[in-house]
Design a protein around this ligand. Structure first.
Ligand code: URA
Length: 237
């Protein structure tokens, strides 16, 4: 992408555009080591290096917060060692600086947040904040109330007792059931292991909410930016 030098300097927080023009005219700005005194010179953001007082000027990246409806068969990493599709493949190149906040399994679909803001990631993923996550699971068999009660009370998986959860049946099918599970932690494959532990393995799994933010009607494979209110909501947790 190309940008006028004075705009670049202003965006990088060096000075206002007007002041940046003065710096250029005063010979304080170099591009790729060469003094530039002509206003309106365009630079290429991908390869040109701009110097102010002989120090490299860097654009402060704008913070972005993305909510993606992840399909199954995408890995939640920036790059996959087996070359499988990653969630980054669903975003345009301009968003390549973001990283996933937490993880959804390869075969899990639904709400995934991505950002370039480390503080935001910390807020959401640190166990001490115990943010709720709501999942819809299709499970084999129809769980009895006593089994759901085990999920609610907490049960042992991988030598670890899960925190109290919420669980309810949404739909009973012939041989399967659709249940809603709300957990306040996020261990590896936790919902799958919890369902397995009560004898009702997961057939498919989808996350529909994190905190108060819901997937709603965002189509599969599509993304949207979080609103300012949504970002503030997480930051205040
Ligand atoms: N629990 C799981 O088992 N899988 C996920 O992807 C998320 C939560």
């Amino acid at each position: 992408m190309e940008m006028r030098l004075q705009k670049f300097l202003a965006k990088a927080g060096i000075a206002s555009r007007r002041k940046a023009e003065e710096y250029i005219l005063d010979g304080k700005i170099k591009v790729n080591g060469q003094l530039i005194t002509e206003l309106g010179t365009k630079i290429n953001l991908d390869k040109d290096l701009v110097y102010y007082n002989d120090k490299i000027v860097e654009l402060i990246p704008e913070k972005v917060y993305i909510l993606l409806n992840k399909p199954e068969k995408y890995v939640t990493t920036v790059k996959d060692q087996f070359n499988r599709p990653t969630v980054m493949d669903l975003l345009p190149p301009s968003l390549k600086g973001v990283h996933p906040v937490g993880r959804l399994d390869y075969n899990t679909s639904g709400l995934l947040l991505l950002t370039n803001d480390g503080d935001f990631t910390y807020k959401i993923t640190h166990p001490k904040h115990s943010i709720k996550k709501i999942y819809i699971a299709k499970v084999r068999g129809i769980p009895k109330e006593t089994s759901l009660e085990k999920l609610r009370k907490g049960l042992v998986i991988d030598n670890y007792k899960t925190a109290p959860a919420k669980a309810k049946i949404l739909r009973k099918l012939k041989n399967d059931a659709v249940i809603e599970i709300t957990i306040y932690e996020g261990r590896n494959r936790q919902v799958r292991k919890m369902c397995e532990a009560i004898g009702h393995p997961v057939i498919s799994l989808k996350r529909i909410a994190i905190g108060n933010i819901f997937l709603a009607n965002l189509p599969l494979g599509k993304y949207r930016n979080l609103t300012k209110e949504e970002v503030d909501y997480f930051m205040k947790l």
